[in-house]
Design a protein around this ligand. Structure first.
Ligand SMILES: C[S@@+](CC[C@H](N)C(=O)[O-])C[C@H]1O[C@@H](n2cnc3c(N)ncnc32)[C@H](O)[C@@H]1O
Ligand code: SF4
Length: 418
């Protein structure tokens, strides 16, 4: 076996005082995949709105209206965009005209000259050469593609509308459009999934011209149709099988020279948007229904699935709470500890106003850290909170299973993904 490759460092931003991550949420998809917990609360009729429908047209106008209303405030407070990510749902589902309208509004109302990584996330069947070429011309330089599996039976079982060939073709199309920084998402540890299927999928992924892989252990989330089958007993989940599935995928990727630099993330360059977001390295503004924002120590939420309410009042968040609110702190810790570097004192202080010492006194955080410590070594140091790199996946695969201590009352995970 070849030695484990060392993870290379992440992005260094220009020296802005207030670097900002700009996130745009597109809550539409061609299908509702049976496993997906990103859109579990979005009604299928809203998820599949076509471009010509009044509600979708209204959504695109609402996105622009939110940008026009909030960008000047960001600018006046000195926020400088350094990373942009368009996700969803499926951001690549937008038509070229819809993409152009949003990009024009962003360009007119924010200073985008300091942008480094700019990602479009999408699904294979919606990534066309025309759209990718347009995005490239607007400065997008990274593609994140949901692939999940190359196994035909698995793709059918999980409700994907594309096959493995389309996924490979989408990668080639992105290359033809000039993208060299390409991620693919895979899921491992589906109910009843044999290890040789995991291995075949990862080996196929390794034949593609991509430099980054996101490998998610399947989360059996309530509200998804695959979970209902698990509940009925027609499918079976097994924690040991998930450990093995993730471990097998990780070994294959690392042997091929793609280091694991955070839970689920392999390769280089690292994903700057996820790193910034997970480690609280920047503030972020989320445009769209279902997006959240962390601006000047306030956490602002637009609840997922409330498309029509968002359409009416896009410039108002559904809720605004201090970033130091206790259930939120637990989620910030949860996200930061997926990374090898963990949570640094300075980032925590800038984003929430708290020190690590104060964080360690918060009861819900303490019990969460105790829960994590059942599965791996959690190091509570004065300037950094982190988990040993070799323990991270064991902790997180197990936590997918048992959940955080106040999973019923805390906010949902708020990952950008990819
Ligand atoms: C917001 S989706 C965007 C990708 C794009 N819409 C697509 O599906 O092609 C981000 C990723 O989350 C992952 N994901 C969604 N639900 C999951 C679950 N229940 N367990 C593990 N990963 C999941 C999938 O890998 C998916 O590609
Ligand atoms: S996995 Fe992607 S395409 Fe499928 S429902 Fe989720 S966001 Fe939509």
């Amino acid at each position: 076996m070849s030695p484990t490759p060392e993870a290379r460092p992440g992005v260094v931003y220009p020296n802005f005082e207030k670097p900002l991550l700009v996130y745009v949420n597109v809550p539409f998809c061609n299908s509702k995949c049976h496993f997906c917990d990103w859109v579990a609360e979005v009604p299928v009729a809203d998820l599949r709105l076509r471009p010509e429908t009044p509600a979708r047209r209204r959504y695109m106008e609402a996105l622009v209206a939110q940008i026009v209303a909030q960008a000047p405030m960001l600018k006046s407070r000195g926020h400088q965009p350094v990373i942009m990510y368009w996700g969803g749902g499926t951001a690549s589902i937008l038509t070229p005209a819809e993409m152009t309208a949003v990009l024009t509004a962003l360009g007119e109302h924010l200073d985008l000259s300091g942008l480094g990584e700019v990602t479009i996330e999408g699904s294979p069947e919606s990534m066309t050469l025309e759209k990718l070429t347009l995005l490239r011309s607007f400065g997008f330089n990274r593609v994140s593609l949901g692939v999940q599996s190359f196994d035909p039976a698995r793709l059918r079982q999980i409700g994907r509308v594309h096959d493995g060939e389309q996924a490979k073709e989408a990668v080639r199309t992105a290359r033809r459009a000039g993208f060299t920084n390409i991620n693919i998402d895979l899921i491992v540890g589906f109910p009843d999934q044999p290890l040789d299927e995991v291995e075949a999928t990862v080996r196929t992924a390794l034949t593609l011209p991509v430099n980054h892989f996101s490998v998610y252990p399947y989360r059996s989330t309530p509200g998804t149709s695959l979970r209902r089958r698990v509940n009925r007993g027609t499918l079976e989940l097994d924690l040991e099988n998930q450990f093995q599935a993730y471990g097998r995928a990780r070994d294959l990727l690392q042997e091929a020279g793609h280091p694991e630099y955070a839970m689920s993330y392999f390769g280089y360059p690292r994903c700057a948007s996820d790193e910034a977001y997970y480690r609280l390295q920047t503030d972020w503004i989320g445009f769209g229904s279902g997006a959240n924002s962390l601006i000047d120590q306030s956490f602002c939420v637009n609840t997922r699935g409330r498309l029509h309410q968002y359409n009416q009042h896009p410039e108002q968040f559904d809720s605004v709470v201090p970033a130091a609110s206790h259930p939120l702190l637990m989620h910030f810790v949860s996200q930061a500890l997926t990374t090898a570097e963990g949570l640094a004192e300075g980032d925590l202080a800038r984003r929430t106003g708290m020190s690590l010492e104060q964080l360690y006194q918060v009861p819900v955080v303490r019990s969460y850290l105790d829960r994590m410590a059942d599965f791996g070594e959690v190091r509570r140091e004065p300037e950094r909170l982190w988990i040993r790199r070799e323990d991270i996946s064991r902790v997180y695969v197990a936590l997918n299973w048992v959940g955080p201590p106040d999973a019923e009352t805390g906010p949902r995970p708020v990952a950008v993904s990819g």
